[in-house]
Design a protein around this ligand. Structure first.
Ligand SMILES: Nc1ncnc2c1ncn2[C@@H]1O[C@H](COP(=O)(O)OP(=O)(O)OP(=O)(O)O)[C@@H](O)[C@H]1O
Ligand SMILES: [Mg+2]
Length: 338
């Protein structure tokens, strides 16, 4: 059984203009030890997909129509809020793009990390290395020790002293390390990192990616790395899923997908690569724009921009199916595996 399984998830988001069908059959599965890059143009549903895994999508405006989200066999769409809180504090860690929105500037880094550690310790006392029923003081000391060791692990020099600093006393890259340390406190099985390096300069970005890569290898973590940047994916991911307009259109081993992309959208993304980062908005060689999800085109949502599409592609939305190079592709006209 895969650690994470998203199966044909459909979700609408309601705004003044109406209900937009923003996730239209997302399927994705992650095993322990795998780093999945989740890529695609802005607005295609990457962040929403990540957020559904910790059920942080407010509903309303969101409405789950159908499909399933399972974590270690547990149905997350049916789980109660307390179960979700415990999972988020312990087995699912989240890292977002902008550390300043996750760290409260008014509190010392240590105070915030100790809170997280105490919560994780309530869910699972072994995280603090204490027997159930340990005194409040013992728990606080153990939580602080754990926080210091995590800061040390992510490369914060002189962690025992720095833990008492405020967030503004850390650089952007250091703050991102602090967030990674925080996400690791509960010894999670899964880390969801949504554009964790977009706000950082290139050399710091490389350090953070190397750190995530090392942690995944050491702990057997699964990582869902959401990014616009295929270069980042090529650098650290073992697998990649490409999203277009609310669905995964190609997924599989990173080398297979980058070397022999079979979905015309993936091919266009890769063709745009030599210009370093894939730009938001228009893609080189790919006419048109992402469809309005209030009134998506019928059938395959990529059809209006597709160089190989045919009239019958409008009849139904293609599902993911394996091709000869091993990855899975949602395209009626991609060559299928024999
Ligand atoms: N709270 C919300 N209310 C209404 N619509 C939303 C909300 N959050 C997301 N959406 C819509 O859902 C779609 C998917 O959004 P999502 O944030 O997942 O995209 P993304 O792929 O992460 O984009 P980006 O690369 O810009 O971060 C978009 O069309 C967005 O406008
Ligand atoms: Mg996003």
């Amino acid at each position: 059984m895969a650690l994470v399984e998203i199966d044909e998830l459909h979700l609408t988001m309601t705004s003044y203009d109406g209900a937009a069908h923003v996730l239209a059959g997302v399927s994705l599965s992650l095993e322990r030890g795998e780093i999945w890059g989740l890529v695609g143009e802005t607005g295609c549903g990457k962040s929403l997909t990540g957020l559904t895994l910790s059920r942080l999508v407010a509903s309303p405006p969101a409405r789950y129509l159908s499909g399933a989200v399972r974590f270690d066999g547990r149905d997350l769409l049916a789980a109660d809020e307390e179960t979700m809180r415990d999972l988020r504090g312990r087995r699912i860690g989240m890292i977002f793009q902008d550390p300043t929105t996750n760290l409260n500037p008014a509190f010392r880094v240590g105070t915030q990390m100790i809170d997280v550690a105490l919560h994780a310790g309530r869910v699972d006392p072994s995280i603090l290395g204490l027997a159930a029923g340990a005194s409040r003081g013992a728990r606080r000391r153990a939580a602080r020790d754990l926080a210091v060791s995590m800061l040390d692990r992510v490369g914060i020099v002189d962690a025992a002293r720095r833990i008492d600093d405020y967030p503004h006393q850390f650089s952007g890259g250091m703050r991102q390390r602090v967030l990674i340390a925080m996400a690791l406190i509960g010894r999670p099985d899964l880390i969801i990192a949504d554009e964790p390096t977009t706000a950082l300069d290139v050399s710091v970005q490389a350090q953070i990616l190397a750190l995530l890569h090392r942690l995944a290898a050491e702990d057997g973590l699964a990582i869902l790395l959401i990014t616009h940047n295929l270069g980042v994916v090529a650098q650290i991911a073992s697998h990649v899923a490409v999203m277009y307009a609310g669905a995964v259109v190609e997924a599989g081993d990173v080398r297979a997908v980058l070397k022999s992309p079979r979905h015309p959208y993936t091919q266009a993304l890769i063709a745009a690569l030599p210009r370093a980062d894939v730009k938001r908005g228009a893609l080189a060689g790919l006419p048109g724009v992402v469809p309005d999800l209030l009134t998506p085109p019928p059938g395959c949502r990529f059809l209006p921009r597709c160089p190989i599409g045919a009239a019958d592609c409008a009849r139904a939305a293609p599902g993911l199916a394996p091709v000869d190079t091993g990855q899975r592709v949602a395209c009626f006209r991609a060559e299928r595996a024999a």
